[in-house]
Design a protein around this ligand. Sequence first.
Ligand code: FES
Length: 110
Amino acid sequence: MKWYRIPGIEDIDKPFIKKVKAGTISICLVGYKGEVFAVSATCPHQGFDLSLGSCENGKLICPVHNYSFDLQTGKGNYDYLKTYAVKIKDNIVYIGISSVWDDIKQVFSK
Ligand code: FES
């Protein structure tokens, strides 16, 4: 897994929704109840930008058709949203992106 430093998140304890890049991948970074979550920035329904959505009861809500996705699992009403690993070190947010090989290794280690 490769970790990407995400600049510009000053206060991780305050709620926020922000679109960021980890390498070439667009991520919707969400600060919610003192935790930080990273999910795909693209709604799986019709591709809208989820960073323009809102957050309620631990779910990210798309502003177009109001589909909601669990911030921890990515599980939505009808579909899944890809989730990414997050770590915070010295008040700086890092997003972990696994490679195809990382994913294959995980499948065969089960
Ligand atoms: S585009 Fe997100 S719910 Fe339809």
